[in-house]
Write a protein that binds this ligand. Structure first.
Ligand code: NAP
Length: 281
């Protein structure tokens, strides 16, 4: 029940219809009997600055940030935690003493989801589809976990050089236009293939990721950051060719649990968060 003392957090994004974060966080607050509520905040790109000011003036405790604002929200925040500086993207805001501080819990959330499924990273080659906020966080997580090589495929090769410059230096990173021959060759080396684009989300247009499946090793593990629907076309294609797959549910729960802990300073009830997610997907 919302009271006069309820603390408010929200999720800033556009579109938000796919997001299960409100259900997961409200279930977690209820389970711990915390007087918090989590609400959707659909925001257009031009309004980001006003919205960050609004969060502070309206006494929000914090917010999550999702597609497409994870990178573009950064200049509007008062401070960036090291996790956000490293990833070059923000998925969690904490408001403390009227100041907005940006964090990134996606990198840790993604690596945790691989670890719990015993998917090895050290010494492997990963192919990342997309070069947005989530891709950056995944790349930083993989680099910290000891990946050997990262290959990025994107639809807009012009943005790639700028993107690669922002990434950790010690990892070997190459980027290609995902329609080019170099990318097709790179796919043959892949141990872990990860979709970090919104292609496949319930709300997305009928676009397909350009994967030549015959060039992907049968042992490659195929991951999608998307969790709604739980099996995207990309994962269904991979499964039909016998690949082991993982969707974004584990990452969603762990990045959410870490954000919950930043806002409430309480240990997040991860098993309850997983249970609610399994019930609704
Ligand atoms: P973003 O910052 O907007 O980046 C999206 C990337 O996908 C960009 O590189 C974009 O290319 C590329 N892209 C390629 N084709 C596209 C198309 N048809 N429509 C839109 N983008 C296209 O988004 P994000 O925050 O990185 O999120 C990416 C996906 O990961 C979303 O589906 C999000 O829900 C999911 N995600 C899941 C979790 C989880 O916890 N499971 C966490 C984070 C994100 P351009 O640069 O050319 O635009």
């Amino acid at each position: 029940m919302i009271t006069g003392k309820t603390k408010i957090v929200g999720i800033i994004g556009c579109p938000l219809g796919h997001s299960l974060s409100p259900l997961i966080h409200n279930a977690a607050f209820a389970a711990l009997e915390l007087d918090y509520a989590y609400i959707p905040l659909p925001v257009q790109p031009d309004d980001l600055g006003q919205v960050v000011t609004g969060l502070k003036t309206m006494g929000f405790v914090g917010a999550n940030v999702t597609i497409p604002h994870k990178v573009t929200i950064m200049p509007y925040l008062d401070e960036l935690d090291a996790s956000a500086q490293l990833a070059g993207a923000v998925n969690t805001i904490v408001i403390t003493a009227g100041r907005s501080i940006g964090y990134n819990t996606d990198a840790q959330g993604f690596i945790h989801s691989l670890t719990t499924k015993s998917i090895p990273v050290k010494g492997k080659t990963a192919v990342i589809m997309g070069a947005g906020g989530a891709a950056r966080a995944v790349i930083c997580g993989l680099a910290a976990a000891g990946i050997d090589r990262i290959i990025i495929g994107t639809r807009s090769a012009a943005k790639l050089q700028e993107f690669v410059k922002l990434l950790p230096e010690k990892t070997t990173i190459q980027g290609y236009d995902w329609h080019g021959e170099d990318f097709v060759n790179a796919l043959t080396q892949c141990d872990i293939l990860i979709n970090c684009t919104p292609i496949g989300m319930s709300s997305s247009l009928e676009v397909q990721l350009p994967i030549h499946w015959k060039d992907v090793k049968s042992t490659a593990i195929v991951c999608d950051l998307i969790y709604n629907p739980p099996v995207t076309q990309f994962l269904a294609d991979a499964q039909s060719r016998g690949h082991r797959t993982m969707n974004g549910a584990g990452m969603l729960v762990e990045q959410g649990a870490l954000a919950f802990e930043l806002w409430t300073k309480e240990k997040a009830p991860r098993s309850i968060m997983f249970a609610i997610l399994s019930k609704i997907t």
